[in-house]
Design a binder for this molecule. Structure first.
Ligand code: PMP
Length: 424
C-alpha cells in the first residue's frame, strides 16, 4: 500500500523525529487510536475563531454573543454528526470517559427496587466503559464468547433477567482489535427487553458514519482528540429524560436557574451538566472536525482505512513469531486498529525499538482493557498500530518492514527498563 496517500490532510504530517543513530526521519504516527492528529481544516478553523473568544452565556458584549453563538452552533453540529433525534440532549464533555461517567450518574432508580437498574457490559470494554458502571450500579460483566453470534446469544439470555431500567453499555469498536458486536442486533435485543443502549463511540465515530436516529442507540459518547480535533472536548448525546432527571454532573455556575442559600433549582437540558465556563474552542474544534469528515464520501474514508488495516493484518500476520490479537473470527468491518505481539520480545521493547530505530509511534501495554487482554492470554501486554484518515500507506509499510527486521535480526541498539519504561 506504499502509494496510498492520506485521505484527508492532518497537521504535523511532515514532522521529523530523531533516531538512535543520529538520523532524522519523518514520524510515522501509527497511534491515532490513542489521539489522532488534528485535521488541517480543524486547525485553520480554530485559528480563525480564536480571536473571537470571549465569555460565553453570561456576557452581553458583542464577542460574548459571538462566542455563545459559536458554542451553541457547535452543539448542533455535534448532535447532527451522530444523528441525534430532535429531542436528544447534546452535552459537551471533556472526553468519552467524562461522558460515560456523566451518564452513570443519571441512571434512574427502578421503582421496584429503589436502585438503578442493571448495567450489562462485555469484558472487551475499555475501562472508561466499565469502571463508571462498576462504581455506580449493579454491573454484570459478560465474557465475550468465541464468536460474535455466541456473544450475542449470551447477551440476549442475560437481558431476559434484566428489568426495564437496564442499560447495555457496548463499544462501537474495540480499541484493542477494532471489532464490535453489530449495533443493530444489540439494540434489538436490548429494546426487546425494555433496556437502553449506550455506545462507547470513541473508536467508531472517527471512522464510520454513525446515527442515533437510524440505529436506535439511546446514548453515544465520544472524544474530540480521537476524532481529528485537539484535546479538551468530547460529547454525550442521547435521550433527554434520564439526563434531565439525573444529578447535575458538576455543581456550579451556569447549571442553575435559581440559588438560595439553602436550596438550588437546577436547569434542564445540557446546561444542567455543564457547570463552569464551557470549553468553547474545544466544542468548536469538535464541530469543525465533524464538518470536515462529513464533507468527504464515507465510503472513500472506509476504503482507505480498510486497505491499510488489511495490509497490517496480512503483513504482520505473515511474519514468523508475530501474532495478531482478535476477539472473534466472525466480526465484520473492524476499524483500523491492529494489535500484535512478537514472541520473545516484551511489547515495551518492541514499541521502544520502533520509535528509536525507525521513527514509528505505536502504543504498547494493556490499552486500558485489562480484562480483555487477560482473558485472551496477553497479560504481559501487546503492541498496537492504528491508522486514520491522515495515515499514508508508506507508514504501514515502514511498520511491517521494521517488525520483519526485528524478527530477523533483533534490535540493533541496547534497551533497558528504567522506571518501568523501555529505553535505549
Ligand atoms: N473508549 C475507547 C474504546 C477508547 O479507545 C478510549 C480511549 N483510548 C476511551 C473510551 C476513553 O477515551 P478518553 O480517554 O478520550 O476519555
Amino acid at each position: 500500500v506504499d502509494g496510498i496517500a492520506p485521505a484527508l490532510p492532518v497537521v504535523g504530517a511532515d514532522t521529523l523525529v530523531p533516531l538512535v543513530d543520529g538520523r532524522r526521519v519523518p514520524y510515522a504516527n501509527l497511534d491515532v487510536a490513542a489521539s489522532a492528529p488534528a485535521l488541517e481544516a480543524v486547525a485553520d478553523h480554530v485559528a480563525r475563531v480564536l480571536p473571537l473568544y470571549a465569555s460565553v452565556h453570561r456576557g452581553a458584549g458583542y464577542l460574548s454573543q459571538v462566542s455563545t453563538a459559536l458554542y451553541e452552533q457547535a452543539r448542533r453540529t455535534i448532535g447532527a454528526f451522530v444523528g441525534a433525534r430532535d429531542d436528544d440532549g447534546v452535552i459537551v464533555t471533556r472526553n468519552t470517559t467524562d461522558a460515560l461517567n456523566l451518564l452513570a450518574g443519571c441512571l434512574p432508580a427502578d421503582p421496584a427496587t429503589g436502585q438503578p437498574g442493571r448495567v450489562l457490559v462485555l469484558d472487551i470494554e475499555h475501562h472508561a466503559n466499565l469502571l463508571p458502571w462498576q462504581r455506580t450500579t449493579d454491573t454484570t460483566v459478560l465474557t465475550g464468547g468465541p464468536s460474535v453470534a455466541a456473544t450475542l446469544a449470551a447477551l440476549r439470555d442475560e437481558l431476559r433477567e434484566s428489568g426495564p431500567y437496564a442499560l447495555v453499555a457496548t463499544t462501537g469498536a474495540s480499541n484493542v482489535t477494532g471489532e464490535s458486536l453489530p449495533v443493530a442486533a444489540v439494540v434489538e435485543a436490548a429494546h426487546a427487553a425494555g433496556a437502553r443502549v449506550v455506545l462507547d463511540g470513541a473508536q467508531l465515530v472517527p471512522h464510520r458514519p454513525f446515527s442515533l436516529a437510524e440505529t436506535g442507540v439511546d446514548y453515544v459518547a465520544y472524544s474530540g482528540h480521537k476524532t481529528y480535533a485537539p484535546y479538551g472536548a468530547g460529547a454525550l448525546v442521547g435521550r433527554r429524560d434520564w439526563l434531565d432527571a439525573g444529578t447535575p454532573y458538576l455543581a456550579g455556575g451556569g447549571a442553575v436557574k435559581r440559588v438560595r442559600v439553602t436550596e438550588t433549582a437546577w436547569h434542564d437540558g445540557p446546561a444542567r451538566h455543564e457547570a463552569g465556563s464551557p470549553n468553547v474552542i474545544g466544542a468548536v474544534a469538535l464541530a469543525a472536525a465533524a464538518d470536515a469528515l462529513r464533507a468527504v464520501d464515507p465510503a472513500e474514508l472506509a476504503l482507505h482505512e480498510a486497505a491499510l488495516r488489511d495490509r497490517l493484518v496480512v503483513g504482520l500476520g505473515n511474519l514468523d513469531r508475530v501474532q495478531v490479537v482478535r476477539c472473534w473470527d466472525d466480526a465484520v468491518d473492524p476499524v483500523g486498529v491492529v494489535t500484535f505481539t512478537v514472541t520473545g520480545y516484551d511489547p515495551g521493547l518492541v514499541a521502544a525499538y520502533l520509535s528509536a530505530e525507525h521513527g514509528i509511534g505505536v502504543r504498547d501495554g494493556r490499552f486500558c482493557a485489562h480484562p480483555l487482554l487477560g482473558r485472551l492470554g496477553f497479560d504481559a501486554g501487546a503492541v498496537r498500530a492504528s491508522v486514520g484518515v491522515g495515515t499514508p500507506g508508506s507508514d504501514v509499510e515502514r511498520l511491517i518492514a521494521a517488525v520483519a527486521a526485528l524478527v530477523e535480526h533483533g534490535p540493533q541498539a541496547q534497551y533497558d527498563v528504567v522506571d518501568g519504561l523501555w529505553v535505549v
